[in-house]
Design a protein around this ligand. Structure first.
Ligand SMILES: Cc1ncc(C[n+]2csc(CCOP(=O)(O)OP(=O)(O)O)c2C)c(N)n1
Ligand SMILES: [Mg+2]
Length: 344
């Protein structure tokens, strides 16, 4: 292990290298993501979508990381990463449709895998995509999203090991939001940091202030640049906090203190921080801020309307794409549904 091994250090601040237009764009996309999450929670409460995992509080991690990519790179998301997918080009109507229990097709131009609900099972796939890019002779990279809880899964360790051996151009972006549903970070692993797990696999590890969008953008951009140069993978631990519930089916007041929540909300909200920074540097006025918020609401309204305008799915559709030749019990279930629901 090198003496200068940097993973205990939390990288923060240092905005000077990020172009002004990008700084504003990062802020605008964080506003859009939070507005979307708030709307999605309302839709769930009204019974218009199913269970939804909001990213409230994690906007800087989602938006800052995804903006470090170009269109030909791969995003490999978990269930909480619609913010990153949105930045990479996924229409928000698609996120609404998914939450309605539909399987909207992804554009083949969008370089993203479908959302992984099982924890960390997508990480070996990200390594596979990265090795494929390497073999094809491109300098595209894969950016995989997962949580602190995801580091306890075997797939996480297999993925890092393989990526290290083959110097795969992959970035493992771990959002340490303090909790894996009700399991606190301290009960997840005895390691002092999550980033230090990189050392065992011979790859780079970084810790970043995940509520500082400029720091996240810079740290992930550097990891992407290393990967493109053929210098291998990086594990990034983005230190953030889930301000909302795990999903709309969860009640965090049952397992975490109001003081902890208040502390993060009042002093480390990523959107308030960026607004304060931009305004202090004369890069954003209150009127522009208001206009951005208004535009976000209008865009979200249009996306929700687009999703809800589609005709309802046929219940028997759930049997499609599973078996070429259905086993007899599934075939019987399908017949029962088709009899119960005409034209299904
Ligand atoms: C393989 C697997 N085991 C268990 C679950 C149930 N489960 C869903 S989310 C979750 C906690 C994940 O926590 P973390 O990785 O920190 O991500 P976060 O939800 O905080 O974004 C668990 C145990 C699952 N989805 N997949
Ligand atoms: Mg977590």
């Amino acid at each position: 292990m090198s003496e200068s091994w940097p993973v205990a250090e939390v990288l923060s601040g240092g905005a000077s290298d990020v172009p002004t237009a990008m700084q504003r764009r990062l802020y605008e996309d964080m506003i859009l993501l939070r507005s979307f999450d708030e709307r999605a929670i309302n839709l769930q409460r009204q019974g218009r979508i199913g269970t939804f995992p909001p990213s409230l509080g994690q906007e800087a991690s989602e938006i800052g990381s995804a903006h470090a990519l170009r269109a030909s790179d791969w995003v490999v998301p978990s269930y909480r990463d619609h913010g990153a997918l949105m930045v990479h080009g996924l229409p928000l109507s698609n996120v609404v449709l998914f939450a309605m229990g539909r399987t909207p097709s992804l554009s083949s131009a969008l370089r993203a895998l479908p959302t992984s609900i099982p924890i960390s099972t997508h990480l070996p796939h990200a390594v596979g995509l990265a090795i494929a890019a390497q073999k094809l002779g491109t300098d595209d990279v894969a950016l995989a999203y997962f949580g602190d809880g995801g580091t306890s899964e075997g797939d996480f360790h297999e993925a890092l090991n393989f990526a290290g051996v083959f110097k795969a151009p992959v970035i493992f972006f771990c959002q340490n939001n303090g909790w894996a549903i009700s399991v606190p970070r301290a009960r997840q692993t005895a390691s002092e940091t999550l980033a230090q797990k990189a050392v065992a696999y011979g790859i780079e590890g970084r810790r970043v202030d995940g509520n500082d969008v400029l720091a996240v953008y810079q740290v992930v951009s550097e990891a992407v640049a290393r990967a493109r140069r053929g210098e291998g993978p990086t594990l990034v631990e983005s230190l953030t906090y889930r301000l909302g519930p795990h999903t709309t089916a969860d009640d965090p007041s049952r397992y975490r203190s109001a003081e902890e929540y208040q502390d993060w909300k009042e002093s480390r909200d990523p959107i308030q921080r960026m607004a304060g920074y931009l305004m202090a540097h004369g890069l954003l006025t209150a009127e522009e801020d208001q206009a951005m918020r208004q535009a976000a609401q209008e865009r979200i309204q249009a996306e929700v309307e687009a999703a809800e305008a589609l005709p309802p799915v046929e219940p028997a559709g759930m049997f499609q794409h599973v078996f070429a030749q259905a086993p007899s019990d599934l075939a019987a279930q399908r017949r029962r549904i088709e009899e119960a629901v005409p034209h299904a």
